[in-house]
Write a protein that binds this ligand. Structure first.
Ligand SMILES: *Cc1c(COP(=O)(O)O)cnc(C)c1O
Length: 343
């Protein structure tokens, strides 16, 4: 890996972060007259912990990492944007990623005026290491991967990800939004081996909490410090911190739901191929199935008419004729199967 100082934008490297009242004083006190808060209306009158220590301690315990290796944001969207803003000089640096994949990497790159280079996956929806590495030049600061990948559903080959981690001298981001649905193990265990690795996870999928907006980035203390330096001081509000902690303390509930979703995924994998409108299912490690159907646009429209919304991926690279179907409750999946039977 290149020295962090060479990878980070000079203005970000040299700037001093905003110092909030909550940063300056930490410890025990009873009278808080430092932040111009209204003394009434507790607990919401107080600014939240800028570093979300209580939530991070629980995540650290669950994931076996140190709390200093965790960044929490307003969904994964926030660390995606912050990584680009911290490392990529607009109009000069570039990002490499795979195609098809999650759309937010490209949107965040476009917002920041950072060139985005898409490298097509191979026929197995896996990365071609040579293609990825030959898209890299000296201005490439970040490579974004997503595994299990959205919208294809498969995990990328671990060996190929290691090859990129070992060869590329900038940051390698592995978005693991769907890791809890997968048998594949997380790259979190590799954080200590690879100073250039950033792992993204979220509470939006397996944890069933897309509404509270809680995204996580895991990386070296040095990279996490850069993200902390440029984030909004109070980026995760009290309601989200409290709810996230409550849910993280009740992991059993998440695991119960996960087992049902996985069983339903297996059931749909058995029943969908029997339908005449379904041409093929792609293998999935996520809570959705990419399926090639006879006429994606028509089926999408007919499902909408039945009040059933799936994701039409017909216009996505390599996904011609495909719908992306999220695993729902048993009743919802039955409704989908019934509707598709008649199409
Ligand atoms: C759903 C999803 C996320 C989650 O984003 P949040 O902002 O945390 O809700 C992240 N990455 C991928 C690939 C996703 O599909």
């Amino acid at each position: 890996m290149r020295k962090l100082e060479e990878l980070v934008r000079p203005n970000v490297w040299n700037m001093k972060p905003y110092s909030s009242a909550r940063d300056e004083f930490q410890g025990e006190a009873t009278v808080f007259l430092d932040a111009n808060e209204n003394p009434y209306n507790g607990p919401f009158n107080r600014y939240p912990d800028p570093l979300q220590r209580a939530v991070k301690n629980q995540i650290a315990a669950l994931k076996g990492v140190k709390w200093e290796n965790i960044f929490l944001g307003n969904g994964s969207d926030e660390p995606i944007d912050l990584l680009i803003r911290a490392f990529c000089e607009p109009g000069i640096d570039n990002i490499v990623s795979i195609d098809p994949s999650y759309g937010m990497y490209e949107v965040a790159a476009n917002v920041n005026n950072v060139a985005f280079r898409k490298v097509r996956l191979n026929e197995q929806f896996d990365l071609d290491t040579e293609d990825v590495l030959s898209a890299v030049d000296t201005y490439t600061k970040i490579i974004f991967f997503c595994s299990p990948n959205n919208p294809t559903g498969n995990s990328l080959s671990r060996d190929r990800l290691y090859q990129v981690l070992n060869t590329f001298s900038g940051l390698v981001v592995i978005d693991e939004a769907y890791i809890d649905f997968s048998e594949a193990s997380s790259f979190l265990s590799e954080l200590n081996q690879y100073p250039n690795l950033v792992v993204l996870q979220t509470m939006s999928k397996a944890w069933g909490a897309a509404g509270i907006r809680m995204g996580m980035a895991f990386a070296s203390i040095e990279i996490i410090s850069i993200l902390n330096k440029i984030k909004y001081p109070y980026n995760v509000n009290i309601l989200t911190q409290e709810k996230a902690l409550e849910m993280l303390l009740n992991k059993e509930e998440m695991e119960k739901q996960l087992q049902i979703i996985l069983a339903e995924r297996t059931r749909l994998q058995q029943l969908l191929p029997e339908l005449s409108c379904v041409k093929r299912l792609y293998p999935t490690d996520a809570n959705f199935i990419l399926t090639e159907v006879t006429d994606a646009n028509l089926l999408y429209k007919q499902l909408v008419e039945q009040g059933i919304i799936v994701r039409n991926r017909n216009n996505v690279t390599m996904c011609n004729g495909c719908l992306r179907i999220t695993i729902g409750t048993p009743q919802e999946n039955d409704a989908l199967l019934e509707a598709l039977k008649k199409m």
